[in-house]
Design a protein around this ligand. Structure first.
Ligand code: ADP
Ligand code: MG
Length: 557
């Protein structure tokens, strides 16, 4: 919250202007009703027409100024809101960008990111609907209170109590209930989104297993539940708004009783009765948004809490810092490298050491969860580590992570194929590539049967599994980085296609330094060394011949 106010302060002038205009709008409204009431009361006494001139001018003035101020107030308060939102977005982006690698490593990262974006979006209500109404209310209360005090202290007190009830007691009373609703709504909405997502993504499986209808029914039930909750929440809003309306009129009624009493006591002139009553009642115009303000306040607080709790975490790896002059030699060495993922207790890599000369090729094998991919994540500087990693003989941490990443060509399980043409998907690796170069690369990875303009579909669904991997290898070739990191580049492929792809890789890899991560034990003939990992440790370092003797005695499986 503090941080939100700080950001809001950047546009203090806008805030003050908006509040000033908002107050003037309400004052004009009150003025319009007050002068009208006075005019009518006075006119009923049939005075000389000229004595009414000033009041008539007043009515005209307030009638016009109310519209003008309302317009200006809308304009400036929204402008301030958008400035605020722009500031928040900038702030958010600057903070989130260096954390992107770590965020993307987390489970459900897109979900996380989209939730954060939604949270930022919902902060547009913070100024306009949560802070601003209270500031206007405060000013209206002060001005109207002082004005009414001239007639009687009791009117001010009446106004004050009405305001307090409407802005503090009522929202506090309803706020808790509402918070319950919003939390429930949020979880139900997430359930529904998940359900629909599963329905779409799992459509084929559901259909073939004849369980589609069951799933659809489930989703419909969720949807009905959500609708029911929405209705209840809407009822609550309607109730609180009508209560404020009631308060406004009830205060007017009390003011009327009081005015009549005072007038009968000779303490208030009769022509002023209508004026005072309407001042009390129309002042409540400012209070109406308060019914919702509290809710927006709570929501903004929640959103801000979620956003800042992520943003204020120190970044795992500081981007941008470090040298950008990369070494000329691309050997890799791990020396007693230990990695404990943030939030974990057990290390995922335990004192891992190995050395890889420039141009050498090693395989890292081991069961799933043994820490193979973690080696890759460390090289790409997504996480910090204990121990030392040397790149060309120099500590990896001394280089800028961004610069280091230019040295690696990566194909992993998470490599992404965009819903676009083959050409666009290739150009990600080398935007300035000539068409001939693209075609030559396609030839090399045996994709030349496809046109550059071929639309590959969402996540490359219009390509076969083998073709997808070939596309990723083509990217690798285009990027032409000196070190290749392949993390299970053939997952999901049948063994014949797998062999074809691997042969193709070894064919095009040439003298690249290469780390090949796999949980399968075949296709390692071309490797200079094979590291066998288990539970975060390197158990053995073997040449292929030794490896074959030890692990492949059942006919290569
Ligand atoms: P492999 O690639 O051999 O299957 P990983 O290197 O992906 O194994 O994972 C090694 C261990 O580290 C696993 O126990 C896994 O649960 C844990 N791990 C991997 N990534 C993360 C992460 N981002 N946060 C926390 N734990 C992780
Ligand atoms: Mg892995």
């Amino acid at each position: 919250m503090k941080q939100l106010f700080k950001i809001l302060q950047n546009d203090l002038r806008g805030v003050l202007l908006a509040v000033f205009l908002g107050t003037l709008t309400v004052v004009s409204s009150v003025g319009l009703f007050a002068t009208s009431a006075y005019l009518i009361s006075k006119a009923a006494l049939k005075p000389w027409a000229y004595t009414l001139t000033l009041t008539i001018v007043g009515v005209r003035f307030f009638g016009l100024s109310r519209a003008v101020f309302r317009y200006l107030e809308r304009y400036f308060s929204h402008k301030t809101t958008f400035n605020f939102l722009a500031e928040i977005r900038k702030f958010f982006y600057e903070k989130v960008e260096p954390k992107a690698p770590a965020i993307f490593q987390k489970a459900r990262s897109t979900d996380l990111l989209s939730r954060m974006v939604a949270d930022v979006e919902s902060l547009q209500n913070f100024f306009l609907r949560a802070v601003y109404p209270y500031l206007v209310i405060l000013w209206v209360l002060i001005l109207a209170g002082i004005f009414l005090w001239r007639f009687s202290f009791w009117f001010s007190l009446l106004l004050f109590s009405g305001f307090i009830i409407a802005t503090i007691f009522l929202p506090a009373f309803l706020g808790k209930k509402r918070l319950e609703f919003t939390q429930k709504l949020r979880t139900e909405r997430a359930f529904l989104a998940d359900g629909i997502g599963e329905l779409i993504l799992g459509y084929i499986d559901l259909k073939t297993n004849n369980s589609l209808e069951e799933k659809v029914l489930g989703v419909q039930k969720l949807s009905q539940k959500l609708i029911a909750l929405r209705k209840m929440a809407a009822n609550l809003t309607a109730f609180s708004e009508s209560t404020v309306f009631f308060l406004s009129h009830f205060s007017g009624f009390l003011a009327l009783l009081l005015a009549v009493y005072l007038s009968s006591q000779g303490k208030l002139s009769g022509v002023l009765i209508a004026l005072v009553v309407l001042v009390v009642q129309t002042s409540f115009e400012a209070v109406l948004p308060a019914a919702a303000a509290r809710q927006y306040w709570e929501e903004s607080k929640e959103s801000a809490r979620r956003i800042f709790s992520i943003l204020n975490e120190p970044p795992q790896v500081i981007e941008g810092a470090g040298r950008t002059d990369l070494p000329g030699d691309f050997s890799l060495e791990f020396k007693k490298v230990t990695l404990i993922y943030p939030g974990n207790v057990e290390p995922s890599l335990k004192e891992v050491s190995f050395f890889l000369k420039e141009g050498q090729k090693i395989a890292v094998v081991g069961p799933s969860g043994s820490g193979k991919s973690s080696i890759l994540k460390l090289l790409l500087r997504f996480y910090d580590y204990k121990g030392e990693i040397f790149l060309g003989g120099e500590e990896l941490k001394t280089f800028s992570p961004e610069a280091v990443r230019t040295l690696f060509g990566v194909v992993s399980q998470e490599s992404f194929i965009f819903n676009s043409t083959l050409e666009e998907n290739l150009r990600i690796a080398k935007p300035e590539a000539q068409e001939e170069e693209l075609l030559a690369v396609l030839e090399k990875v045996r994709l030349s049967h496809l046109k550059l303009s071929f639309e590959v579909g969402e996540r490359g669904e219009r390509l076969s599994g083998g073709e997808r991997q070939r596309l990723l290898i083509a990217r690798l070739l285009l990027k032409n980085a000196p070190i290749w990191l392949l993390d299970e580049p053939t997952t999901g492929l049948d063994s014949i296609t797998e062999k074809e792809i691997l042969d193709n890789i070894w064919e095009v890899a040439g003298d690249k330094t290469l780390v090949y991560i796999t949980h399968r034990l075949r296709g390692l003939e071309k490797m200079d060394e094979i590291l066998v990992m288990d539970r975060g440790e390197i158990k053995e370092k073997l040449s292929f011949v030794e490896f074959k003797k030890r692990y492949l005695n059942h006919d290569g499986v």
